[in-house]
Design a protein around this ligand. Structure first.
Ligand SMILES: C[S@@+](CC[C@H](N)C(=O)[O-])C[C@H]1O[C@@H](n2cnc3c(N)ncnc32)[C@H](O)[C@@H]1O
Length: 318
């Protein structure tokens, strides 16, 4: 097993991971926008789809949704706590009979034959955590897809502004009274992060070139010291992601940048919109339209979304 897999496994195996991920949309507005974009895409593209492979399915945000819409879903994830949480939520929704839970790493999909599933999905960056195998992982996901593929990966252009804005998550806090530990950490450390901040053009330039936001060697050392560092995550450029899908024979490729519109709006306004159901519905619909414009796709908040069709008879990979 290579380093990236081991690091991802340790990080996502932390006991409270499933619980925390399942709460994201209750606490952060950017997560509401991102998941809403994906949900709309999924529900509008279910024609001819009966079976789905969800790679890095987490606590079941989309596998359970699709099972509720009658799909048979393979919920595949590296982390036991995430799968346990997903199973608990699937039981509550009464859909466990339509979901097969599989613990495994996206780096090895050899158990699945070509075109095993009508649709293959993988959202909120599991592919990025397979670095340095991210390109092969996409190729494998395309291989096991019969009709359609939808993925979202870490976005380089979208994430670079973080390096000049350590308090970016504060903009998206839905409820400042929330007990969520991340919300409280964002609020408590705001002033310190501003005080400690220096604009470092060299760091931005380097990350812009490599697509890596961490030092790979430092992360490996932390792992070897028994820590659970953040996974090494590869951030894609839009044309790069398009090119990989195209090379693997995917047709009608469309990219989007969920969160591009919302990131222009201050917290007070976002909270106001979210607290009015009618405005919230209209806002999320508008975000979907704006964020689907190819000219803004790179600036999606932290994910670059892509969807495409698998050709009837897949052409040989160029
Ligand atoms: C941010 S969560 C996204 C969950 C879900 N797809 C969603 O959109 O809500 C990322 C998930 O990817 C899983 N993951 C990370 N690296 C993986 C790998 N190499 N193979 C399979 N799953 C992985 C994690 O365990 C975690 O559940």
């Amino acid at each position: 097993m290579d380093y990236s897999t081991k690091i991802s496994e340790r990080m996502w195996n932390q006991p409270d991971k499933g619980e925390l991920e399942a709460e994201r949309e209750k606490t952060f507005i950017d997560d509401i926008v991102q998941k809403s974009h994906i949900e709309k895409e999924l529900l509008e593209n279910l024609d001819g789809i009966e079976t789905v492979f969800d790679g890095g399915a987490g606590c079941g945000r989309f596998s359970i949704l699709l099972a509720k819409h009658g799909m048979r879903v393979t919920h595949f994830d590296i982390s036991r706590p995430m799968i346990d949480k997903a199973r608990e939520l699937a039981e509550k929704e009464g859909v466990t009979d339509r979901i097969t839970f599989v613990q495994g790493a996206l780096e090895d999909l050899s158990a699945y034959e070509d075109r095993s599933f009508d649709m293959v999905i993988s959202f909120d960056a599991p592919i990025s955590y397979t670095y340095p195998h991210q390109e092969r992982t996409i190729s494998e996901l395309v291989r096991i897809a019969g009709k359609r593929i939808m993925i979202s990966v870490s976005s380089r252009l979208g994430a670079l502004p973080y390096l000049a804005n350590p308090i970016q998550k504060n903009q998206f806090i839905l409820d400042k009274e929330s007990k969520d530990s991340w919300v409280q950490w964002c609020l408590e450390s705001r002033e310190q992060m501003v005080a400690d901040f220096t604009f470092r053009k060299d760091a931005l330039m380097k990350t812009g070139e490599t697509g890596l936001f961490c030092d790979v060697e430092e992360t490996r050392k932390a792992y070897d010291n028994g820590e659970a560092p953040w996974s090494i995550s590869y951030h894609f450029m839009p044309e790069e992601l398009y090119g990989i899908l195209d090379k693997n024979g995917v047709k009608n490729i469309q990219l989007a940048g969920p969160g591009a519109f919302a990131r222009t709006i201050p917290n007070e306004i976002l909270v106001k919109i979210m607290n009015d159901p009618e405005q919230k519905r209209d806002f999320l619909e508008f975000c979907h339209m704006y964020d689907s414009n190819p000219y803004v796709c790179g600036l999606g908040k932290d994910n670059l979304f892509a969807k495409g069709e698998i050709a009837e008879r897949r052409e040989a990979v160029k």
